[in-house]
Every structure is written in structure tokens, then in C-alpha cells.
Design a protein around this ligand. Structure first.
Ligand code: PMP
Length: 292
């Protein structure tokens, strides 16, 4: 049996899991999504992801046609049907089928899709050696235009940034906000460590408030680190002692070079290493149980 995909309350084989070409998610990127991980039979921070999905939907006037509990159950059931214990889950809610105009009122019912797939992990050496990144020309969307706090299907801003990353032969890059402060990476949040303080840009910098970012901030507190949400610049990154990115897929990944400047001594530092190991332990031991 192939992959079983949830579409509007029913399960379909991959080749039969289809949505309309009139779906405004397809026509306009009108919708919201989440990327979630399951580790060792548990879904990490499922509730937080579902809450963020519903908040993104609220912000774009999209009413999801099921409760949060039902959404959590749809995620768990999709994992069960595919007999997955370790997986990447993509939850998508689009505006649904409408006409060719922009008007969302022409879309009577949102489309809900849940895809659970085996996770393709970044190579382990990236966690040992760290990433090289560069600052990108594409600025993160202005919150007043398309707020990065909304995890919307309209990801072209990030894709344009990712194309720059690919053209530079790298795996990730740093996006600045319209004022020139560090915002986030194309699909990850950013942290730097300097003078005994761990810094990450505040939501007001125009970022997606990552679930991984939240977990790492909690872990940093537990280890007694001084953790602050603060604006910082490219220069602050260049002179930092350590830097790392966080995201559901990437987890906690060290950064060792920014725009050609070597961070610290060019190897992942002790604060980053500690947070990587604590994050992995947390992700592998907590979360909503899939098989109960
Ligand atoms: N920023 C952006 C733009 C993202 O798309 C993501 C998710 N891939 C993140 C940050 C990290 O969020 P999370 O930790 O919830 O995966």
C-alpha cells in the first residue's frame, strides 16, 4: 500500500489525492500550513503547531471547518494509517475551490490536507561542522504587506531568497527586514551568542515565531543561559562567538561562517552543542503519542 493522504476527511493513495485547479491555494497561495515532526512515536509540540495554524488562519479570515482537537486527531490518524513513528507532517488548509477572481467569499469550503512522509534529514556532518550562510538581497516581507508571523501558502518571498542561497552554493541564508536588522533564515529562525548572552530577533523584527525557537528558548532558560529577544545586525552576527538556526526540519544547526567571516573558532561552540543535544533529547521524549 502506498502513501495514504488525508484530503477533506478521507484518505487517498498519493496518485488519487487531488485538489481542484480552481483552489485558491493553487491560484493565489491563499491558505496556511504547518510543518511538524514525529519522533519515536510521538508528535513534537503538536498542540503548538495546531494553535499556530489556527492563528494564521484567523489572521487571513479563513475559518477552518474542524476543531483543533479534530485537526490533532487527523494528524495522528494519518501517521497511524501510514505506520509511521518518525516522520515529517505537512498540514495544509487552503481557501478552497472558488472562481478565477480573488474574492475569497467565492470559496465556500476550505481544503484540508495532511501528508505524513518519511523525513529526509540534513546530513549529520552539518551538525558537526556547521553551516556557511550569507546575507541575502531579498528582504523579508514587510509585516504591513504580508506579515511573516502568518505561516501562509504565499512563500514566494522565501523561495526568492532560497534561489539566492542555491545560486551561492549554500544551504541556508540570512534575510534582513526592511530596516536592515536580521530577521530570519529562509525557513529557520536565527540565534547568536556573544558575551554570555543568547540573542534572537523579537517577533516585531518581522519573523515567523518558530515552535523550535520557542523550545530552544525554554531549554536555554533551563540551562541558566541569559536569553533575550533583541534586534541585531549583520555586524553583530560577524562578531558573535556562536550562531545557529532553528526549525522543525533543521532542529538546531550551527552556523560557522557568515558572509565569509568565521564565527568563533570556525567550529560549533559549546552553547550550540549543548542546545543541540538537549533539543534532541526533548524531541525524542515528549509529544503527543501516536499509538496509544
Ligand atoms: N521561519 C520560517 C520562515 C519558516 O518557514 C520556519 C518553518 N520552517 C521557521 C522560521 C521555523 O519554524 P518552526 O520552528 O516552527 O519550524
Amino acid at each position: 500500500m502506498g502513501l495514504q493522504i488525508y484530503v477533506d476527511g478521507k484518505y487517498y493513495e498519493e496518485e488519487n489525492a487531488k485538489i481542484s485547479v480552481f483552489d485558491h491555494g493553487f491560484l493565489y497561495g491563499d491558505g496556511v500550513f504547518e510543518g511538524i515532526r514525529a519522533y519515536s512515536g510521538r508528535v513534537f509540540r503538536l498542540k503548538e503547531h495546531v494553535v499556530r495554524l489556527y492563528r494564521s488562519a484567523k489572521s487571513i479570515h479563513l475559518e477552518i471547518p474542524m476543531s483543533m482537537d479534530e485537526m490533532e486527531e487527523a494528524v495522528l490518524e494519518t501517521l497511524r494509517r501510514n505506520e509511521l513513528r518518525n516522520a515529517y507532517i505537512r498540514l495544509v488548509v487552503s481557501r478552497g475551490k472558488g472562481d478565477l477572481g480573488l474574492d475569497p467569499r467565492k470559496c465556500p469550503r476550505p481544503t484540508v490536507v495532511v501528508i505524513a512522509h518519511r523525513i529526509t534529514l540534513y546530513p549529520e556532518e552539518m551538525y558537526q561542522e556547521g553551516l556557511e550562510v550569507r546575507t541575502l538581497c531579498t528582504r523579508r516581507s514587510l509585516a504591513e504587506a504580508l506579515n511573516p508571523a502568518i505561516k501562509s501558502l504565499n512563500y514566494l518571498n522565501n523561495i526568492l531568497a532560497k534561489i539566492e542561497v542555491i545560486n551561492a552554493g549554500l544551504l541556508e541564508g540570512i534575510m534582513l527586514n526592511n530596516q536592515g536588522y536580521v530577521a530570519e533564515a529562509t525557513g529557520d529562525n536565527v540565534f547568536i551568542y556573544k558575551d554570555g548572552v543568547l540573542l534572537t530577533p523579537p517577533p516585531s523584527a518581522g519573523i515567523l515565531e518558530g515552535v523550535t525557537r520557542g523550545a530552544v528558548m525554554e531549554l536555554a532558560c533551563e540551562t541558566g543561559l541569559d536569553i533575550r529577544e533583541s534586534l541585531f545586525t549583520q555586524h553583530d552576527m560577524y562578531i558573535s562567538e556562536e550562531a545557529f538556526l532553528t526549525g522543525t526540519a533543521a532542529e538546531v544547526i550551527p552556523v560557522v561562517k557568515v558572509d565569509g567571516r568565521i564565527i568563533g573558532n570556525g567550529c560549533p561552540g559549546p552553547v550550540t552543542a549543548e542546545l543541540i543535544s538537549r533539543y534532541r533529547a526533548l524531541a525524542n521524549s515528549t509529544g503527543a503519542e501516536i499509538y496509544v
